[in-house]
Design a binder for this molecule. Sequence first.
Ligand code: GRF
Length: 198
Amino acid sequence: MTPLRKRVAVLISGRGSNMAALVEAARNPAFPGDVVLVLSDRADAAGLHFAADNGIATSAFPRKAYASKAEHEAAFVAAIEDARIDVICLAGFMRLLSPGFTERFAGRMINIHPSLLPKFPGLDTHARAIAAGEERHGCTVHFVTAEMDAGPVIAQADVPVLPGDTAEALSARVLVEEHKLYPRALAAVLLAETEARL
Ligand code: GRF
């Protein structure tokens, strides 16, 4: 029988505030999954402490410990498969994944990006939205495909760009929405996974 609560891994490179939001949401018994694994490409990612303090298994695989990108990615794949992960969440994971990796987890790997995709893929999204004179900005949760920040959109949330906004102020306003959007989008993906397998 398929267990109703799905097993989620979160991949981070730094602060991990979105990962923490997912962990907090999954504390609710009604949430359809548990964050059981947090992986990072940086041993000093601050989010690893939060995860470990919350009893979640963590590992860090620094790129320089591996001879090639393929071997580096293989370490992530092994950890994900050993933990029998159903869905992977990228949350501030700052590495471009190979097509082999994205295809292996196609439909089961999602990302949060701080813009209203397809606007502003890539970095410095908040400064770019201000420079472009956007009236609204926000965040997107999408399925991960080989092309960066381009997979099918699952959900978006938006905020106003205010007169005199700085990238920092806008980023903070968007982050509040990210922390609400990501758990909602993950729950929807987990429920769809469960239904597909029943
Ligand atoms: C977030 O803005 C997320 O949208 C982007 O990177 C940032 C990560 O922040 N992909 P955190 O590590 O989740 O705090």
